[in-house]
Design a protein around this ligand. Structure first.
Ligand code: HT7
Ligand code: ZN
Length: 876
């Protein structure tokens, strides 16, 4: 594929006014008739042809104003339909007939079948797999959709908007018509047809309109959609109360399907979901599943305003809808749950997923300027870093001005396809601030590094902070400008009090936000009566790396006394990370590993502190992951040494905190029936964290096997299974538990995904053979994205020692899988391949093996654009 550049953006030559679609559904021979009403845009040359996008289409008819078009007036290539000789000013009608085979569409883009249900996925460029079309987000039109299908196998016929009516056709078929009055781009089109069960409810909007809510799932699974329905109603209410956004159709539908490339899709009025993010009950879903369902239901619903009513001018602007909508779903979850705990989880995720992307060969700006394959830009940088950039705008402007800016955005751009510049201008306009330096966050890739050092002058009672920022070079961007970094901070005094920051020179401070804008900045605080301990980046106000020489004593003070709970966790995490990095060096050098007292004391004290909420204490107990340690080390990584060091630290904590962990395992055990609420989930998390240590401090699988046998919910059951499998992979108790789990849940594919993932993430070189064996297991299905992600994805993304085998077999296995998946489902293949994005930070032997595996992929004949784009960028 060729490279698309932002600077080449031009509006279309023709304006689309209306779209009428008729589908005659059939598994192998679906007929689509698309009637497009267009006119030439003012000022466009009268000879300019209409060029429509297409992808793997078979066209069987083409009419212009109801007349067949002469062959000389059009051309068809692999990906375009070009029509010449069109009217100069008058509107005209193009009618295109295409034939599709949904059953053989394994790419899951366009119209496909999943479990006998017809469904569509059009973002980003799937609509062109249905008909020839100006398939770009700045072409907004009103759609009418007629669906004709066999009545027995597809009693349900759904599309966007409001239902117009339907009828029996007398030949075993029936039809339904839908009209969506809202302007929309083609990527928001959706059609679903099949035989599904439904859960129904209603929501009364703030202006008193009643909206019908329907969640469609496979027959028999209706009770498992209750939590999703509850989350939907809470999302609708929250968006009204927080952003003043009301829903705008008579009906809102969600359909759960089992074959889906991503999490979910925000099609207007007809969201389509990966069933993993809809279905939940205590027996089959973990607390993490419940939290994900709540967040993703909210995310897709919030897109109705941030994405659908106001959409992207072009795909370079993807963060306009995704970054903003992630920010909105984060705020929603923070309001539904514990804000501090939610923030800790977000930052853990950002650091483990986005920071490595930003530090490796796939790094790109939040708003990229070029792409080869847009599917590869649905990244954690666009989503999560995009959300952090929105959060920084809110931090800089404060709550009221941020709200005003959002109100202006909704008012000014409703019904439009806009850019990041349009979005930022709303905040500049309401605040009167110049946000041009701030906008570098959209344009410069790479995680800024801020180094800080402090000096206290007791005589002058001043504290001088020397700050320096650098942004590392990234592909295509070697030199960087200094960024505008809002750094929330405090100066903690020995007695637990905080210094007043208002007497300051060298930087603007608003509240507790220090505005770091220069490459080097010296900031002097006056009136500081004793040596303070600085606490930086409270609430993770900026997505940066921070280097500051701080003693464990200073960090321990922050961990005990910070008013910001997030900062307390951050300090504990910093103590742990430093200890784990030095332990890794020792392990690699064959020396013994020691666990510092500050770490033992800090973790056990936080765990034992009954004044803190259990969910926070469980986060405090959860050590940085092996990937976190590798990232902190940065280069020449040996995953085996990291694993050894971490296991030994875990064991040392287990031994020293045993009394506390025994108490918590007992006290946090549930006494009432299961509830998925955040508080109950927090108690389960703390108990399971305590159990993790207890099991690592013992040489016998007995405790884990007992917890497994006694578990009455999936959170505890799957945690116990993972403890057994990861700590005692070869024990008979583990084999027994795996067999019991498989037998009990063999008919529930989403639960079996947990079973695959647990086994794929068993540490050590031996796991590759397990993974290979599991691929031949009857419950595995290489065509289903959830199964592939659970087995192959978990192995490659979440098993550092198993995947990064010193002999390179893990990489060779992955290369083979990528080449096998690619022809069927390029998007899935490309995504799993990104698991190798940090290959250059491995020690030489592994890096050589990784490079060779990547070269093997790159050298294959007939690679998809998706995979060749990723592999080429990774090898550059
Ligand atoms: N906006 C949705 C993106 C999406 C997608 C993109 C490419 C291929 C398949 C896809 N399915 C969904 C999801 C979201 O961010 O809400
Ligand atoms: Zn989204």
């Amino acid at each position: 594929g060729q490279i698309i550049h932002l600077e080449d953006y031009r509006p279309t030559d023709f304006v689309l006014e209306r779209v009428d679609l008729t589908f005659e559904l059939d598994p192998k021979e679906t007929k689509v008739e698309a009637r497009l009403i267009l006119h030439r845009r003012e000022g466009v040359d009268a000879s300019a042809p209409l060029v429509l996008d297409g992808d793997e289409l078979v066209m069987t008819g083409l009419l212009l104003d109801q007349e067949e078009l002469a062959a000389a007036l059009y051309d068809v290539t692999d990906d375009t339909l070009t029509i010449r000789g069109l009217p100069e000013t008058a509107p005209f009608e193009v009618t295109i007939t295409t034939m599709l085979s949904p059953e053989t569409n394994t790419k899951l883009m366009g119209l496909y079948r999943t479990n006998s249900v017809y469904c569509t996925q059009c973002e980003a460029e799937g609509f062109r797999r249905i008909t020839y079309f100006p398939d770009r987000p700045d072409v907004l039109a009103v759609y009418t959709v007629n669906i004709i299908a066999d009545k027995k196998s597809a009693p349900l016929l759904l599309s966007n908007g409001n239902y117009l009516g339907g009828a029996d056709m007398g030949d075993g078929r029936h039809f339904a018509a839908w009209f969506d009055p809202h302007l929309k781009p083609s990527y928001l089109f959706a059609l679903v047809a099949g035989d599904l069960g439904v859960v129904e409810d209603t929501f009364t909007t703030m202006s008193g309109r009643e909206v019908a809510l329907k969640i469609y799932v496979e027959h028999g699974k209706e009770p498992r959609a209750a939590y999703a329905m509850d989350a939907l109603k809470r999302s609708m209410k929250w968006d009204e109360e927080t952003f003043g956004r009301e829903y705008d159709l008579d009906i809102f539908m969600i359909v759960a399907v089992s074959d889906f490339n991503m999490g979910a899709m925000e099609n207007k009025g007809l969201n389509v979901f990966n069933d993993k993010y809809v279905l939940a009950d205590p027996e089959t879903a973990t607390d993490a599943d419940y939290a994900n369902i709540e967040a993703i239901i909210a995310h897709e619903y919030f897109h109705n305003w941030t994405g659908n009513r106001i959409t992207c001018r072009d795909w370079f602007q993807l963060c306009l809808k995704e970054g903003l909508t992630v920010y909105r779903d984060h705020e929603f979850s923070a309001d539904m749950r514990s804000r501090a705990v939610k923030r800790i989880a977000e930052v853990r995720h950002l650091k483990s997923e986005q920071f490595p992307e930003d530090a490796g060969p796939l790094a790109h700006p939040v708003r990229p300027t070029k792409y080869r394959e847009i599917n590869n830009f649905y990244t954690t940088t666009v989503y999560e870093k995009g959300s952090e950039v929105t959060r920084m705008i809110a931090t800089l402007l404060g709550r009221d001005l941020f709200k005003k800016g959002m109100d202006l955005y909704f008012e000014r751009h409703d019904g439009q396809a806009v850019t990041i510049e349009d979005f930022v201008a709303c905040f500049a306009d309401v605040s009167g601030r110049n946000l041009s330096q701030f906008s570098l966050w959209y344009h410069q890739a790479g995680t800024p590094l801020v180094t800080a050092s402090g000096a206290y002058d007791a005589g002058k009672q001043t504290f001088t902070l020397s700050l320096e920022q650098t942004v590392p070079p990234t592909p295509g961007q070697s030199a960087k400008e200094p960024m505008y970094i809002p750094l929330r901070m405090g100066l903690l005094l020995g007695n637990g009090a905080e210094a007043d920051l208002s007497s300051v020179a060298g930087a603007d401070i608003t509240g507790d936000v220090l505005h770091l804008t220069q490459r080097k900045q010296t900031v002097v605080f006056s009136g500081i009566t004793s040596r303070p301990v600085p606490s930086f980046n409270r609430g993770f106000s900026a997505p940066i790396n921070l280097h500051i020489e701080q003693t464990d004593d200073d960090l321990a003070l922050i961990a005990r006394h910070e008013s910001d709970l997030f900062a307390r966790w951050q300090a504990l995490n910093a103590i742990a990370l430093a200890n784990l990095v030095s332990a890794t060096a020792n392990a690699r050098a064959g020396k013994s590993v020691t666990c510092e007292k500050a770490l033992l004391d800090g973790l056990v004290a936080a765990a034992a502190d009954d004044g803190l909420e259990p969910a926070f204490r469980s986060q405090a107990l959860s050590l940085p992951s092996e990937a976190d340690i590798a990232r902190e080390i940065g280069a020449d990584n040996d995953p085996d040494a990291i694993h050894t060091a971490r296991q030994q630290i875990l064991k040392a904590i287990a031994v020293s905190g045993r009394g506390t962990f025994l108490r918590l395992a007992d006290e946090m055990a549930s006494t009432s029936s299961f509830s998925p609420d955040a508080e109950s989930a927090g108690r389960r998390a703390l108990r399971n964290a305590a159990l993790t240590y207890l099991v690592h401090g013992e040489d016998d699988p007995k405790r884990a096997a007992e917890v497994f046998a006694a578990a009455d919910n999936m959170t505890d059951l799957s945690h116990a299974l993972a403890l057994l499998a990861h700590r005692f992979p070869d024990a008979p108790e583990t084999a027994q538990a795996l067999a019991t789990f498989r037998k009990r849940f063999a008919d529930n594919a989403l639960v079996i995904d947990k079973w695959f993932a647990v086994q794929a993430t068993i540490p050590g070189a031996g796991t590759l053979n397990r993974v290979k064996a599991l691929m031949t297991e009857p419950l595995f299905n290489g065509n289903n994205p959830n199964r592939v992600r659970s087995l192959v994805g978990s192995y490659a993304f979440a098993n550092p020692t198993g995947f990064n085998r010193a002999d390179g077999e893990g990489y060779r296995f992955l290369a083979k899988q990528i080449l096998d998946i690619d022809p069927r489902n390029p998007q899935l293949a490309a995504r799993i391949l990104t698991s190798m994005r940090s290959w250059r930070s491995l020690e030489d032997t592994r890096a050589d093996h990784a490079r060779n595996a990547l070269k093997e992929i790159a050298g294959a004949t007939k690679l998809s654009a998706d995979v060749s784009d990723i592999v080429e960028r990774m090898l550059k």
